[in-house]
Design a protein around this ligand. Structure first.
Ligand code: PHE
Length: 342
């Protein structure tokens, strides 16, 4: 009996099997327990000899069970330790890292340059009211400039005849908002998204502009010119920039000027700062008295200049990018090619 039970204990391959052996031997209905119960029906002499032997058997089997249990636990731990072994000296696996989008990078550059000249950053909503986007900027409902803006209109509820909101077509409405919020004197730039229904190599339905505005007692066109030249020198990082102010028309500035930068196209390569070509980079002018009035500013006391520039456009020029649409395709190969991602 003894060798039989000790063999069964030794053969138990895991904890559940061992527990089954324990129950079969020492459990309430186990074989050894059963034998011990029979002791009660024996004569005192029988009981003495059998009892001692049974006690010893029970203790031996019990000890073997415990030892086997510890052995199984050790083996299980060993198996886990070798299975989960980790070499902490191995180099880590590199994970792809995100980078700031080129338009955001360029926007930050623009903000930094104007911040050095004392311009604060102003903001306005991308869904804009008809009044801020047009009327306040001296573009009344019948004005032909409205057609040129290729405007996206927001839907109105049926029966609501108020002019629909629009996706702002330029950052100029922020001129009005910044004036209402900050009063005069003021110097702000307003970078942000604008929308027009247009799509080709150099147009996307959403693009970015930065508006600039400076208002004080005696702001002049000369200060506008200096500010823009200073900006272009810093932004394009070329030793000399030459700007050409070309008379133009915007309803919200008078006089108005479109500004071109001197450049050359050598074998399809654009070079800024030299050559016989001119490339338009922004619109500007002295703020129209009606615009100041719309924003609650007295035009007999205050004057200002304003300008609006395409951020994506100046980014294309600076980095020699031929197709604007690529900015918004999130193609990693493209971003890496132009050094915008690692
Ligand atoms: N808002 C004009 C545009 O989108 C640019 C501009 C801004 C012109 C400010 C003059 C003054 O084309």
């Amino acid at each position: 009996l003894r060798t039989d039970w000790l063999a069964r204990v030794a053969e138990a391959a895991d904890a559940p099997a061992l527990e089954a052996v324990r129950l079969a031997a020492l459990g309430k209905k186990g074989e050894i327990s059963g034998l011990m119960k029979e002791l009660g029906r024996m004569t005192p002499e029988e009981r003495q000899s059998r009892g001692a032997a049974l006690n010893q058997l029970r203790d031996e089997v019990d000890a073997a069970l415990r030892a086997r249990k510890l052995g199984l636990e050790d083996a299980a731990l060993d198996a886990r330790l070798s299975g989960e072994w980790l070499d902490v000296t191995l180099p880590g696996r590199p994970r792809p890292r995100g980078t700031i989008h080129p338009v955001s990078q360029v926007t930050e550059e623009v903000i930094a340059i104007f911040a050095d000249m004392g311009f604060a950053v102003a903001e306005g909503p991308q869904v804009e009211s008809d009044w801020y986007n047009f009327d306040a900027l001296n573009i009344p409902p019948e004005h032909p400039a409205r057609q040129e803006h290729d405007t996206f209109f927001m839907a109105r509820a049926e029966g609501d005849n108020r002019p629909p909101h629009v996706l702002r077509t330029h950052t100029s409405p922020v001129q009005i908002r910044a004036l209402q919020e900050r009063g005069t004197p003021v110097r702000v730039i307003a970078p942000g998204r604008v929308y027009r229904m247009d799509m080709d190599q150099t147009h996307t339905p959403m693009f970015h502009q930065v508006e600039g505005m400076a208002i004080d007692r005696d702001i002049s066109m000369a200060q506008l010119k200096w500010t823009l030249e200073e900006f272009c020198r810093a932004f394009f990082e070329v030793p000399s920039v030459e700007l050409r102010f070309r008379a133009s028309h915007f309803p919200f500035t008078e006089p108005s000027a479109e500004v071109d930068i001197r450049c050359s196209w050598e074998g399809g390569q654009l070079k800024l700062g030299e050559g016989d070509s001119w490339l338009e980079i922004l619109g500007s002018g002295m703020m129209h008295p009606k615009v100041l009035e719309a924003a609650g500013v007295d035009p007999t006391q205050w004057q200002g200049f304003a300008f609006g520039m395409g951020i994506d456009r100046i980014a294309m020029l600076k980095y020699g990018i031929p197709d604007l649409r690529a900015f918004f395709e999130s193609d990693l190969r493209w971003l890496r090619h132009y050094g915008f991602a690692a």
